[in-house]
Write a protein that binds this ligand. Structure first.
Ligand SMILES: Cc1cc2nc3c(=O)[nH]c(=O)nc-3n(C[C@H](O)[C@H](O)[C@H](O)COP(=O)(O)OP(=O)(O)OC[C@H]3O[C@@H](n4cnc5c(N)ncnc54)[C@H](O)[C@@H]3O)c2cc1C
Length: 425
């Protein structure tokens, strides 16, 4: 074998080094590509899984809707299948359709309207109660709090006390189909903040239960306010859901904790639910807000949310009674709603005419002040009992009523005159 010159040795070594370098680069390239492919396939897998989850939840929702019956017109009979007492002087009623036919699906946040025959009352007593659970094939559920007398000289709440004291398992009730515009669109994925106080928990509970039932992974913040654990409606149920589902962030505020109530266990914050608390806890204000509670509570939260820069169309709320509706109606005082213009309001059948006075907040109260008896139910623009024909003129609503009146009619309990008005009453 010829002797290798030093130069040849160098050349050979250099070549080998070059080959090794190229091979190394090739291996690195292949490994890199493989890693990238793996990462890509992993993210594709995750995306596919997410898609499958949302498809499954959409299918479940569709199946539920298909299985459910059609809404009914007028009254349908329901029998009370279960009556369950809760904290906070509240009681849940599970209502099964007496005809045993299927139940139409409702949107979480909607309510049922009841027509009650209460002994001693000349007319049927009409009241709305929010559905307080998710959709179930066999029953609807409402949760009703006893309404105490507003002043010692006033009687206790008629319908709520009647429910507590006289409606038992097996009682048959007259019920109108689910309705209302305050509901959560469960097909969306936008994070939500559910805000409630006292018995205002009911529609928010339905929203949360429905999202969980559908397997939604939507971010849910739940702010609930009450005095203490004695008033804490559905305490155990909500705490259990929050413990099981990491997408639920539960924040309970007690304004007056009881001696055995423990911060961190029974409640998270001492005080009331406020927007300052949201600012402290929420990563941003970029949420859809759903709210139900006493009038002053909702008024303070909505005002502070607006100040925080939350657009109005992301804040949804429901009033349970006339007090809060009055507040809402009073909010957007414009030339049309202010007391300034001297509109004439005439009640045609009763032959009464008077100058509109904005202090009455709505046409029902104005009529009552003149001794014109209009039928009324929920006093919140929801049940449709005060529907009155308009002979001439127009009305406006500070907020869209729950049941949209036909043209040429108005819901007197939430309507305001827009100019001279003649009602068929
Ligand atoms: C859409 C909607 C959903 C609702 N959902 C729920 C729900 O899920 N759960 C729930 O518990 N409630 C709910 N409510 C409230 C419910 O409809 C009733 O308004 C509530 O139960 C009180 O009705 P009541 O007949 O017991 O009291 P009412 O008889 O209407 O009395 C109400 C108050 O007025 C006082 N009063 C009586 N007479 C006078 C008088 N002459 N002068 C002054 N004050 C007087 C009473 O002392 C009482 O404090 C909802 C309301 C609406 C509109």
């Amino acid at each position: 074998m010829p002797e290798l010159s030093l130069l040849n040795i160098f050349l050979l070594l250099g070549g080998a080094l070059l080959i090794a370098l190229v091979a190394g680069q090739l291996v690195a390239l292949v490994v890199g590509e493989t890693r990238q492919l793996r990462a890509q396939s992993l993210s594709e897998h995750v995306a596919r899984e997410l898609l499958l989850t949302s498809l499954a939840s959409a299918r479940r929702a569709q199946r539920k809707a298909e299985e459910a019956g059609a809404p009914w017109n007028g009254i349908r009979k329901f029998s009370v299948a279960r009556k369950v007492a809760d904290r906070g002087d509240a009681c849940s009623f599970y209502l099964a359709p007496h005809d045993k036919k299927s139940l139409p699906a409702f949107k979480p946040g909607q309510y049922l309207t009841f027509e009650l025959d209460i002994p001693g009352q000349k007319k049927k007593v009409i009241r709305c109660y929010s559905l307080s659970d998710s959709n179930h094939p066999d029953f609807y559920r409402v949760t009703i709090k006893r309404c105490p007398p507003s002043k010692p000289e006033h009687p206790s709440g008629l319908s709520s006390n009647f429910f507590h004291d006289h409606i038992q398992e097996g009682t048959i009730l007259d019920v109108k189909a689910p309705g209302g515009h305050f509901f959560l669109d469960t097909s969306k994925e936008v994070p939500v903040v559910l805000i409630s106080a006292g018995v205002g928990i009911t529609p928010c509970l339905s929203m949360m239960n429905e999202l969980i039932e559908l397997g939604s992974k939507r971010e849910i913040w739940w702010f609930f306010g009450c005095r203490n654990s004695g008033d804490h409606i559905m305490k155990e149920h909500v705490a259990e859901l929050a413990a099981k589902h990491e997408n639920i962030r539960l924040h309970v505020c007690y304004s007056a904790p009881g001696p055995t109530d423990e911060e961190g266990t029974d409640y998270q914050h001492k005080g009331r639910v406020t927007v300052d608390l949201f600012k402290e806890l929420l990563p941003s204000n970029n949420y859809d807000y759903y709210m139900c509670g006493p009038g002053p509570f909702m008024e303070s939260i909505t005002t502070a949310l607006t100040e925080w820069g939350v657009p109005d169309n992301r804040v949804h709320f429901e009033a349970f009674g006339p007090a809060s509706v009055k507040k809402k109606a009073a909010a957007p005082v414009t030339a049309e709603t202010s007391a300034a213009p001297a509109f004439k309001v005439t009640f045609g059948k009763s032959g009464q005419t008077a100058d509109w006075n904005a202090k009455f907040g709505n046409l029902l109260e104005f009529a009552t002040s003149l001794g014109v008896a209009l039928p009324s139910g929920c006093c919140a623009g929801q049940c449709g009992t005060c529907l009155t024909a308009i002979r001439s003129g127009n009305v406006i609503y500070a907020n869209e009523p729950g049941s949209k009146p036909e043209p040429g009619t108005c819901l007197a309990c939430v309507a305001l005159p827009q100019g001279d008005l003649v009602l068929d009453a």
